[in-house]
Design a protein around this ligand. Structure first.
Ligand SMILES: [Zn+2]
Ligand SMILES: [Zn+2]
Length: 313
């Protein structure tokens, strides 16, 4: 059955591609044995299909890039390596960061930035860091308690509490372990202005959240004023894998795990130290009652910086 799906995907059957993507989220390992065939048949998209790739497949992808005659597939092949998060892939990406493979002049990012697309940060000196958690929990919406929020300095809408969770709760502690954060994580942002640019907040472990002085209004910002959603996410049941956040459908909001990016992955750079920030939660527009897009909450705990960005199709 999986083989039929792979063959259909190779013939541009997008339902089959979508089905494979769902399997890659719910049970990535079940695709592992079919990845050599996918690679042979040219099923290279979406790269999340290759999450469970073994060293044999990773080596084939690296060889294909090194051979220089796959430069029209270079972007897809590098994305695949990013999503494998394997040691072999890390070595190759570091090598290509200093001596880029054939076709790199057509790319918009350098080799190491492809790791970010798969949720890890690689530095040239050999260090690596997971930006996503290995465990994930559903987030369900409940009515937000009435409170006075400060106004957004740009549009005057009341700021929106996008998350208010405490690591006293086992699930929260587990989902945040990759960030090193403990305490009450409360993130306030502007639900309108975060649609135009990544918005930063300075946070403290006692639930403090303050608009960051580093926020810079883009010239295309539209300053309308609206009430934010009066909903607050609560932690629900554990997801079977870290890959089941869903940016498109109701019930997709998730704490921890890996985000489903609608566009390219967008790990914000910490305003304090410049490092890529950790992914914490996806809040889907579908769960907020407006159906579209998703908010991505990020954190760099050592610096006390949180960020929220928004993506839509
Ligand atoms: Zn605003
Ligand atoms: Zn930082």
């Amino acid at each position: 059955m999986l083989e039929d799906l792979v063959r259909a995907a190779a013939n541009d059957d997008w339902d089959a591609v979508h089905e494979l993507e769902k399997i890659a989220a719910a049970d990535p390992g079940s695709l592992a044995g079919h990845l050599p065939m996918m690679l042979d048949l040219g099923v290279l998209w979406p790269p999340v299909l290759y999450r469970a790739a073994g060293d044999d497949v990773v080596s084939q992808v690296i060889d294909r890039i090194d051979s220089g005659d796959a430069s029209d597939q270079l972007n897809h092949l590098l994305l695949i390596l990013g999503h494998t998060r394997s040691q072999l892939a890390a070595q190759a990406l570091r090598r290509w960061e200093t001596s880029p493979p054939a076709g790199s002049d057509q790319l918009h990012i350098t080799a190491l930035a492809y790791a970010l697309q798969g949720g890890w940060a690689l530095s040239r000196d050999g260090a690596s860091r997971d930006l996503c958690s290995t465990t994930a929990f559903e987030l369900t919406m409940s009515p937000a308690p009435a409170s006075q929020s400060p106004a957004c300095p740009w549009c005057s809408s009341p700021l929106w509490t996008v998350l208010d969770l405490d690591s006293d709760l086992d699930q929260v502690r587990e989902a945040l372990v990759h960030t090193g954060f403990t305490g009450r994580l409360r993130v306030q942002t502007c639900f309108l202005c975060s649609c135009y640019t990544t918005l930063y907040s300075q946070i403290t472990s006692d639930g403090g959240s303050v608009w960051s002085p580093h926020n810079t209004a883009p010239s295309y910002l539209r300053r309308s004023t609206e009430e934010p959603p009066s909903l607050l996410p609560r932690v629900g049941s554990r997801r079977a894998t870290p890959y089941q956040a869903d940016a498109w459908h109701e019930g997709g909001s998730t704490l921890g795990g890996h985000p489903q990016w609608i566009q390219d992955a967008e790990h914000a750079d910490c305003t304090s130290c410049g490092q890529p920030m950790d992914f914490v939660a996806l809040i889907g527009g579908a769960d907020l009652g407006f159906g579209e897009g998703a908010y991505y909450v990020q954190l760099h705990a050592p610096c006390g910086v949180a960020a929220v960005c928004y993506q839509q199709s």
